[in-house]
Design a protein around this ligand. Sequence first.
Ligand code: DER
Length: 231
Amino acid sequence: FVSDTLKRAAGERAAALVTDGMKLGLGSGSTAAHFVAALGERVREGLQVVGVPTSEATREQAEREGIPLTTLDETPELDLTIDGADEIDEDLRLIKGGGGAHLREKIVASASRRMIVIADGSKRVQTLGRFPLPIEVVPFGLRATEIAITKLVESLGLEGELRLRKAADGSTYVTDGGHYILDAHLGRIDKPNVLASTLNNIPGVVEHGLFIGLATGAILATGEGLVELGQ
Ligand code: DER
């Protein structure tokens, strides 16, 4: 199975779960893009929904698909967010942010009653952390923030290198929110809840990619078929 086939299967299954009148969070990344495409098809067949996009890329795709869009200011309480993940563990804790959208994704997910993660089965891990943890930071004082994060990581018995994310042209990547991303190559994160709750205490840290207690379900596509967890 090609990974894209698996991602499409998960996205289409998620789109089938959407019902008329739902207020949706529309995730970002290549798997979420399959969901948005499948949702667009159902909207063109008459499905009545509104969606809050979690990135400019998803906004553009949803507009092309003809999905009615809204904002969290107009629609602050959502029924369901469908989004991808870079890693997912047994407790539905996630690492997200590979695509640089985790700030808006986390705001939208936390405004949703339910969040279902869609991913190919390779994203499932026992312990989070093999995927570098994205940490969104304010450009002002970057070096000081880096030092503060390093000290925190070491105080938790973790070690790892922080790398400033670059754009394709080699310049420093800038998020939709105008911030930078430091990717923390930690290898494994034994106590993600502790790291998640302490990272945000660092003044220059805007948001990180650990999603704890946000996902209520998952649809994982494997070569043997779809595995559905939670709801
Ligand atoms: O950046 C993100 O949070 C994306 O959702 C990412 O985690 C998953 O992207 P993918 O579906 O392209 O693997």
